[in-house]
Design a protein. Structure first.
Length: 564
């Protein structure tokens, strides 16, 4: 073990003790102290150390403070930067959203994944290619809102590289990024015949019982289309609350008969055949599936969610019919609205918040239903989302936990990186391995949207990812990357030297910079005092490693980890 690594471990032990003690304190008192200690917290550029932060962003013609702009970007992007804060202040919230909605979709070129080698041989490059490339876009793409919304959509309409080829997973990511601001009806139809989804949930192998000896409709995609992508298990009111019978039991949305008939309606689709396809693109992942032989489709009558599909229709017409039936169900608006609210703004939104957003899903103002761009805009501009734009004004139940991927991407964006730095000892990227994009453990993603915080009734799905492994990794790995991989950090465009030089100048200059980049300019006073003490306790450590480890401590604190 190197002396530097040993030194880092000594500081981390001290940090862990202080962090636990700080967590036991009066959080409300800490927040109040932080607001009092940062009278100009809404304008952190005014109190920043000279030469250590980006030039002051102009006064907003919309009256948007720096604190409010940074908070908005926590919800609408993968983390604020000095440049994006200035842009929000200049354009206003609505103007910034409109510009983002008009931005062209990003695309990842997966051609490098084709013809890489013999089958069955582990390929670390292919294994992390999509996670690395999607992370690069999350950090540096100008269309931040599209990327953040695509990340949200990917977590409840899941395709995972745990089953799908790396090239197919790339094509699915491109599919989401291109459609995330479109209509939900069109999205559900398109995803039903998207080949990566067809392979992941087996609808590419779905044939009528009469098509062959032993054939039977595959129910996998049909069940998840209802349960996870559209209506959910229980009937909902417009505010997302569950409908119940006279005995208080939840009313189920669909039955097994619905699933069986939906699976029958989905029979008869196949991957586009094309000669000479590379092995990694065997399913022709970039092209929608097409109806296969007419005998593969079940042409009998079906009944789904109380509505009939007539006999005699082909696979194409049955797909149109079943999507129309699903979209007509009243659950779709509150179900989809809640999923997007949870991933962007609040894990446990109020019923009124859900009701207002569901109303926009039902009618975007022009009569269109399921307009996802309008939905995202309404979520971000809703009074409940904007209520905390002044320090200390957020409701105690407002906000969400910053899940591992958001925390890691926010850290790199705060350093001005262009991409995820390469790992120190391997070709693997320095990612948050607990939550790599498009490598969810199952169709249920990384956590369930219904998970609640232990000891309370508050929805807090992301809390399930806060375990010893993820916290230890987030606490210690960054200092190691900065210490041993300085050249790779710089090659990724990250400016960690700015933080190192600020600490050399004084702890106050360093903490001013950290506050402006990561805490909306409102680093709580008690947390600042603890960080100052920690920096003073480690004189044996190089300024670079000390800066990295104190920053790790601050980014592990509840003040950063909870997006209030």
């Amino acid at each position: 073990m190197s002396a530097t690594s040993f030194d880092a471990r000594r500081l981390l032990v001290a940090m862990a003790v202080v962090l636990m003690l700080a967590a036991c304190g009066d959080s409300a008192r800490q927040d109040r102290a932080g607001v009092q200690a940062t009278a100009s917290a809404a304008q952190p550029e005014a109190q920043a150390s000279n030469g250590q932060v980006a030039p002051a962003s102009p006064v907003s013609p919309f009256g948007i403070t720096t604190y409010a702009a940074a908070r908005f970007l926590d919800q609408a992007s993968f983390g604020p930067t000095p440049q994006s804060i200035a842009e929000v202040k200049r354009l206003g919230f609505a103007g910034w959203i409109d510009a983002q909605l008009a931005s062209p979709p990003e695309s990842i070129d997966g051609a490098v994944l084709l013809n890489r080698g013999p089958p069955g041989v582990p390929d670390p490059f292919a294994g992390t290619f999509l996670a690395t490339q999607f992370s690069r876009l999350a950090i540096a793409a100008p269309g931040q809102l599209r990327m953040r919304a695509s990340w949200a959509l990917s977590q409840f309409v899941v395709v995972s590289q745990n089953k799908v080829d790396a090239y197919g997973s790339v094509q699915y990511a491109n599919f989401l990024m291109s459609r995330v601001f479109g209509g939900y009806r069109d999205f559900l139809r398109a995803v039903s015949i998207q080949p990566s989804m067809g392979f992941y949930l087996d609808n590419g192998d779905n044939r009528a019982a009469s098509a062959c000896v032993g054939c039977a409709p595959n129910e996998n995609y049909a069940r998840e289309l209802l349960q996870l992508f559209s209506v959910g298990v229980f009937k909902l009111n417009a505010d997302g609350s569950i409908q119940r019978d006279a005995q208080g039991s939840p009313l189920e949305t669909y039955t097994q008969d619905d699933v069986q008939d939906l699976a029958r309606a989905l029979t008869g689709w196949a991957y586009v055949a094309q000669a000479g396809l590379p092995r990694e693109n065997w399913a022709n992942y970039g092209k929608p599936m097409v109806p296969s032989r007419s005998a593969d489709h079940d042409t009998g009558a079906k009944r789904i969610l109380g509505r009939d599909i007539p006999a005699g229709q082909d696979a194409d017409k049955d797909l149109d019919s079943l999507i129309a039936i699903i979209m007509a169900h009243p659950n779709v608006a509150p179900f989809v609205s809640l999923r997007f609210i949870q991933h962007l703004v609040a894990s446990d939104p109020s019923p009124d918040y859900i009701r207002r957003i569901a109303a926009v899903f039902d009618n975007d103002g022009s009569g269109a239903r399921g307009n996802l761009g309008a939905l995202v805009k309404a979520i971000l501009l809703d009074p409940e989302a904007r209520r905390g734009d002044a320090p200390g004004a957020a409701s105690p139940r407002a906000g969400k936990i910053r899940e591992p991927f958001l925390a890691t991407m926010g850290r790199w964006r705060g350093l001005g990186c262009r991409e995820v730095p390469a790992g120190v000892n391997s070709t693997l990227a320095a990612l948050e391995f607990a939550q790599q994009p498009f490598i969810a453990p199952s169709v249920f993603s990384f956590y369930l949207p219904t998970d609640r915080a232990p000891g309370s009734l508050l929805l807090a799905p992301e809390q399930g990812m806060l375990n010893g492994v993820t916290l230890r990794s987030r606490f210690s790995d960054f200092g190691y990357h900065v210490d041993q991989g300085s050249e790779k950090i710089a090659a990724a465009g990250c400016n960690f030297d700015e933080f190192e030089q600020a600490l050399i100048r004084s702890p106050d200059h360093f903490l001013d910079l950290v506050s402006a980049r990561y805490f909306r300019g409102a680093l709580p006073a008690t947390l600042r005092a603890t960080a100052t003490d920690l920096a003073a306790r480690s004189p044996w450590m190089t300024p670079r490693v000390r800066a990295a480890n104190v920053l790790s401590y601050l980014l592990l604190s509840p003040s950063y980890g909870a997006m209030k």
